[in-house]
Design a protein around this ligand. Structure first.
Ligand SMILES: [Zn+2]
Length: 394
């Protein structure tokens, strides 16, 4: 990702799991005690970066088929109530292993059970896990924050090695302005990143514009009379509450205009683009060409397998390419270094560069086309092997 593809290439990895040398096979040194592995008809590429997952939902694929988004969310809540802590941990473990099997080495996850960060810790994985906060009743914010802060403290014990914890005020239809402000303040005080769902369903925009739509109806039934005093866009609403910074990742970001994009650029946010989930739930596309032109950092995300199954990040890249008009090289970059950059991890992963972690995926490819096109044509079953920090995990 930092140079042209190398024919008959080789990567030398040291005992600490870092890349030492990359180049044509003949030019890469082979220490006498090196373990040498050879892969014919394959491409070595940086481990993929999935910037938006919900791995605690692993196993629920096909169990929430509602087309209405609010009905779908309510189904997910009901499904989650059928699992205990141990079941979530096992689901998260299966989800992480299946990411590795598809060549993904870095994940950025959102959830509220704490199971994904615990499983990543147990497995020695890498990534960012955003813990979710919810509540629409502003008078409850101090109580909610007390609990959230305690949960963050408890989960932070798992933020070791290459695992980071983040805060996720969930979405404008589940989080009040006061809670957005409080969670953002807490994230800044602790120096942790923020992950949000924003500008996703049409009813979210309606909620903030004039308190209409399905979310407004549901909130009114629960005693919430309004969210914003003035009509405002989801992006501007988050900005008004201090949520958007260069350490904020915006998942989906479908319903934005030029003014919103300007705010996103000014704050330096990154986007987790989930093209197949956007289509499945909202029959809508994010303005990813506009984001690309604006110079925003863009990673790709699968969302959960309850949205689109099975998780296939390369399929997301193909969809993003069609929407954005990216080249094959741009698309492969979004899968790897672009995703790492969106997560603030580009100095340690995302390219096969000496000094970075040896996060490597080996993908079976034919010889009939360019390496970038061959990778984009691949499916998870074509991933022959995956290394995470020099450790073979698939
Ligand atoms: Zn999501």
């Amino acid at each position: 990702m930092d140079a042209a593809p190398i024919a008959n290439g080789a990567v030398l990895v040291d005992a600490s799991g870092r890349i030492v040398a990359v180049g044509p096979d003949a030019a890469v040194p082979v220490p006498p005690d090196a373990l040498v592995q050879h892969f014919a008809d394959a491409a070595l590429l940086p481990g993929l970066v999935n910037t938006h997952t919900h791995l605690e939902l692993t196993g629920f694929a096909g169990m929430a088929e509602e087309t209405d988004f609010w009905a779908w969310i309510k189904r997910i809540i009901a499904l989650k109530q059928t699992r205990d802590e141990e079941a979530f941990f096992h689901a998260a473990t299966r989800g992480i292993r299946s990411c590795w099997a598809s060549g993904v080495t870095t994940i950025c996850d959102m959830g509220n059970t704490g199971s994904v960060i615990a499983a990543l810790d147990a497995l020695g994985g890498a990534g960012i896990v955003h813990h979710e906060a919810f509540d629409m009743h502003t008078e409850e914010t101090p109580v909610v924050m007390k609990r959230f802060s305690r949960e963050m403290d408890r989960l932070a014990q798992h933020a070791t090695g290459r695992i980071a914890i983040g805060a996720s005020p969930h979405a404008p239809y589940t989080v009040s302005g006061a809670l957005y402000r409080a969670v953002s303040d807490l994230a800044r005080a602790h120096g942790v990143p923020i992950g949000v769902h924003v500008a996703e369903p049409a009813d979210e925009s309606a909620l903030l514009r004039d308190f209409t739509g399905a979310f407004a109806d549901a909130l009114r039934a629960r005693g919430v009379e309004r969210v914003s005093d003035e009509p405002i866009s989801p992006i501007a609403w988050l900005d008004q509450h201090g949520v958007l910074t260069s350490r904020t990742l915006c998942a989906h970001a479908i319903r934005t205009d030029a003014a919103d994009t300007k705010i996103m650029v000014q704050r330096g946010v990154a986007v987790a683009h989930c093209p197949r989930s956007n289509r499945r739930h909202h029959q809508a596309d994010a303005p990813v060409a506009r984001y690309t032109d604006a110079g925003l950092r863009i990673g790709l995300g699968t969302d959960s397998e309850v949205s689109v199954a099975p998780l296939d990040l390369v399929a997301e890249a193909r969809a993003a390419r069609r929407l954005a008009g990216w080249s094959a090289a741009d698309s492969v970059r979004a899968l790897t270094l672009g995703g790492a950059d969106a997560l603030g991890l580009a100095s340690t992963t995302g390219s096969l560069t000496p000094g970075k972690w040896a996060d490597i995926a080996v993908v079976r490819v034919g010889e009939t086309t360019t390496p970038d096109e061959a990778i984009l044509a691949s499916s998870p079953g074509d991933v022959v092997a995956t290394w995470l920090g020099g450790r073979r995990v698939h």
